[in-house]
Design a protein around this ligand. Structure first.
Ligand SMILES: [Zn+2]
Ligand SMILES: [Zn+2]
Length: 186
């Protein structure tokens, strides 16, 4: 894929509000200055549903979705309403392999506030944008950042997530700029 063709795809698994997909696209374009577009929705990844945990196994979804060609998109962010887990953690907001092509983000935990109620839509969208840019950072091989004022800082709870800013620290920003200063490998 040539550099001028670089594009990020944002795809819903099953039903996801259009506004959520649009907000994720807008943040990718606005913050990372990479074209992003909404792709045709994929089916609910029922094959990855764990009936005991009542959650989706993120690793199984990634394994399946990474097989797809996605010829027109350098990286793809998949969004779903269902709760995600990985075998070593109770839940995850999102999941991506370092340097992989596909990231996942779940709305499930982002919709809830600390009192157990539903968070206001504006906060849900902000959290969604943060997790999406964070996972995209992993797809471009950024690791967790020790700086609490960086979007690549690890958040284990929605409270942590609300604390971190919606931007990359100077160090992570510089990494991305240097990386994108040359041709991508794919
Ligand atoms: Zn992370
Ligand atoms: Zn950082």
């Amino acid at each position: 894929m040539r550099r001028k063709d670089r594009r990020i795809g944002v795809v819903a698994f099953g039903r996801v509000p259009e506004l959520v997909l649009e907000v994720v696209c807008a943040h990718i374009v606005g913050y990372l200055r990479i074209p992003a577009e909404i792709m045709m929705a994929l089916e609910d990844p029922i094959y990855a549903y764990d009936a005991t945990r009542l959650q989706y196994n993120a690793m199984n979804i990634l394994r399946v979705v990474e097989q797809r060609a996605f010829k027109h998109h350098e990286k793809v962010i998949g969004i779903l309403e269902g709760d995600l887990f990985i075998p070593t953690m109770t839940y995850v907001f999102g999941e991506a392999r370092q340097g992989g092509r596909v990231a996942l983000v779940s709305l499930y935990r982002l919709r809830r506030d600390r009192d157990g109620g539903t968070a206001p839509m504006a906060r849900i969208l902000e959290r969604m944008a943060k997790v999406s840019l964070h996972e995209l950072g992993h797809l471009y091989e950024l690791v967790h950042c020790p700086d609490r004022r960086c979007i690549m800082h690890f958040s284990g709870s929605v409270e942590d997530l609300d604390e971190i800013p919606l931007f990359f620290c100077r160090y992570c920003n510089q990494y991305l700029r240097e990386r994108w200063g040359r041709e991508p490998r794919v």
